[in-house]
Write a protein that binds this ligand. Sequence first.
Ligand code: XMP
Length: 508
Amino acid sequence: MERILILDFGSQYTMLIARRIREMNVYCDIVPFNKIPAIDSEVKGIVLSGSPSSVTAENAPRPDLGGVPEELPILGICYGAQWLAWSRGGKVYSSDTREYGRALLSVKDAQDPLLKDIPAESQVWMSHGDTINSLPEGYKVIASTASVDNAAFRISGKPVWGIQFHAEVHHSDYGRQILRNFVLGICGCAGDWTPDSFIESTVAGLREQIGSEKVVLGLSGGVDSSVAALLLHRAIGPQLHCIFVDSGLLRKDEFSSVLASYKGMGLNVKGVEAGDKFLSDLAGVTDPEQKRKIIGRDFVEVFNAEAEKIEDVRWLAQGTIYPDVIESSAVPGASATIKSHHNVGGLPKDMKLKVVEPLRLLFKDEVRRVGKALGLDPEILGRHPFPGPGLGIRVLGEVTPEKVAILQEADKIYIDSLKREGLYDQIWQAGAMLLPIKSVGVMGDERTYEYTIALRAVTSVDGMTADWVRLPYDFLAEMSDTIIRRVKGVNRVVYDICSKPPATIEWE
Ligand code: XMP
């Protein structure tokens, strides 16, 4: 599989470089700067990322490019460019003013292949504290900005370029074109890494890896585990045994509808109703972390007990995706913090199964594209993220069957209404919480003393930061009216207007 290697020096934008390259249907890997793999003929080029460090600092990340063939194209971005200049005798100084924000890039060499189809002047995004004051001999400036002479350069006669601006960010108007020029033009990548080709090669790989052995997989109703299951199903059919656990903490009717949908897709799936166990173990527990632990432990117990019934099972499949993989090997720095935390609760570690992770190369949106190509039910495909512990952390404080039932009703009204009004797909995640307090109200001639439902809806990219959605007032008014009218036990509805940070998405 042809690919581009991205050497990560810890920039917050490293993942974005990968996203841009993947958008060209070219596969790329992010690897720590000090763990460069052997370069085979499938590696078509190398990108050196940015970094929060200064190249002149004593403990700055310094890659060893000794094993990289001379003819392999290299593009250094920001720190990567500064390192290319500094390590060969150029002068890099910290500038008095941090160069941050928009700048106008002027092309000096319109013939250079990196700048093909880039206008004489265009906006780029700068974000660096250091700047290259002088380039080593044999380096040629190909573009400048008003304050940065050496904004882009090439080593004459070699396929090595450096740019001090961030071509990967949205604010660089022709940034995508510059990256295309490098990846598709200079590196000569074919751009044929599509969902279909991914499915074909992954299915072949899984067949070889697994042979005639059996695999067990825990389905959650979410996109990742569902797509992992469909891929494995295509590869090994009935050798795949799926387990879908009803913790009693799922959304209303979700267990039966999702189970039916899985069966409709031909999956060999066993639904296990274990709500009573979870709810009785949660009785009297109010601390959120304690609740998480109990739910996680119960899940493992129920899953294990089912998995043990499958004779001769050898593999455990997991829906791990690319951001989780990079997270575990990342360079300390900003890119390490971009992570959807605590996904995949503790799955059985003591089962002595070999682990297979068919999605470990994919970003979330790629998982969706692959899921679509595999015919995943659109209801599951477009589903908002849902926390592993489910409604167990959305019933604040002690979880009881009555409270879960109240929350399920309110949540269903809310989510169904978002879908009906065409709002659901514009939202990253939405849900209702049941607060552990009662307040006074009046209904008809009677005084009431009942629970409060809090509604939450956020936009986000990765769950690390989020903003609250400005839902229309009329919609909120209708939600308050409908929920209080239809859900017994609720007499007040509030809407959460906090972003993350300082708040979190979930309330527990
Ligand atoms: P917070 O509340 O930390 O949530 O802003 C960020 C994202 O993570 C989800 N979340 C969880 N997912 N197990 C999970 O699998 C958990 O314990 C958990 N807690 C929060 C949350 O729904 C949001 O998408």
